[in-house]
Write a protein that binds this ligand. Structure first.
Ligand code: NI
Ligand code: MN
Length: 224
C-alpha cells in the first residue's frame, strides 16, 4: 500500500515500503502548507525543476536529514554546490532507491533557478515512481503535450496522476482533462491551484470518463 499525502501546491509525501519521499518540498512561504519544514523527515527528495515553488526547502531538508535530492543533472549540481546531497539524472533515465524505481520524464515549461540572478539549471521535468506495484506520475509544471501518451505507454499503466490545473504557469482544467485522456490513469489528483489568486481553479471540474478524480485538501491523504 502506498500513501500519498498532499502538502499543498505541488508538494506530496509518498509513504511506501521504500520509505518516505517528498516531491517539490515548497513548505516555507507556501500559504497552504499544513506543516512546517522542521516537521519534514524523509528518506528521499524529488525536485521537478528549479522554480522556488518546487525547489522550495529541498536543500535545507537534505542538509538536516541527509536525504539525497533527485533532480536533473544541472539542477543537482547547483544544489550540491549549496550543500545538498544529490542523485543527478536526466530524461528517460531510471534510478532505484530502496526498491522503488524512479524515472525522469520531460515537461513543457521552464526550469532555471531565479534568485539574485538567473542560474541555468536545466530543463523541467516530472517523475514516474514505481513502488509496491503502484505507478505514480507527478507531471511537474507543464502544459499538456502529446508525449504524455508515450510516457503512459512506456512507463505505465499509471495508477495515480498528479497534475496541475491552475493555468497561467501550467495547464488549466481544460488541458488537464485532455492530459487525463492521453495518460488514462486510474486516479487523478489535481495540484498547483488556489495557492495564490492568480492560479484559482475549481478541481471539481476535473471530470473525465474512466478516471476517478480525488481532490485532496492540504494535509489530506489518499491510499492505494
Ligand atoms: Ni515552475
Ligand atoms: Mn510552479
Amino acid at each position: 500500500m502506498v500513501e500519498i499525502k498532499y502538502l499543498g501546491h505541488s508538494c506530496f509525501l509518498i509513504n511506501s515500503s521504500a520509505g518516505k519521499f517528498i516531491i517539490d518540498p515548497f513548505i516555507t512561504g507556501n500559504p497552504k502548507a499544513p506543516v512546517s519544514v522542521e516537521d519534514i523527515d524523509v528518506d528521499l527528495i524529488l525536485v521537478t525543476h528549479g522554480h522556488k515553488d518546487h525547489l522550495g526547502d529541498a536543500i535545507e531538508i537534505s542538509e538536516r536529514t541527509g536525504a539525497p535530492v533527485v533532480a536533473i543533472f544541472e539542477l543537482a549540481m547547483w544544489m550540491q554546490a549549496q550543500g545538498a546531497k544529490v542523485i543527478p539524472m536526466n530524461f528517460g533515465g531510471t534510478i532505484e532507491f530502496n526498491g522503488a524505481k524512479i524515472t525522469m520524464v520531460p515537461a513543457v515549461h521552464s526550469g532555471d533557478v531565479v534568485e539574485d540572478k538567473i542560474y541555468p539549471t536545466g530543463n523541467p521535468g516530472g517523475f514516474v515512481i514505481e513502488v509496491d506495484d503502484r505507478r505514480i506520475y507527478h507531471t511537474g509544471d507543464t502544459m499538456v503535450f502529446g508525449d504524455m501518451k508515450l510516457i503512459s505507454e512506456l512507463f505505465g499503466p499509471i495508477d495515480v496522476m498528479l497534475l496541475p490545473i491552475g493555468g497561467v504557469y501550467t495547464m488549466d482544467v481544460v488541458q488537464a482533462k485532455y492530459a487525463l485522456k492521453l495518460v488514462k490513469p486510474r486516479y487523478a489528483i489535481p495540484m498547483h491551484y488556489d495557492t495564490w489568486d492568480v492560479i484559482r481553479a475549481n478541481p471539481e471540474e476535473l471530470k473525465v470518463q474512466g478516471v476517478e478524480t480525488v481532490v485532496l485538501k492540504p494535509g489530506e491523504s489518499f491510499e492505494i
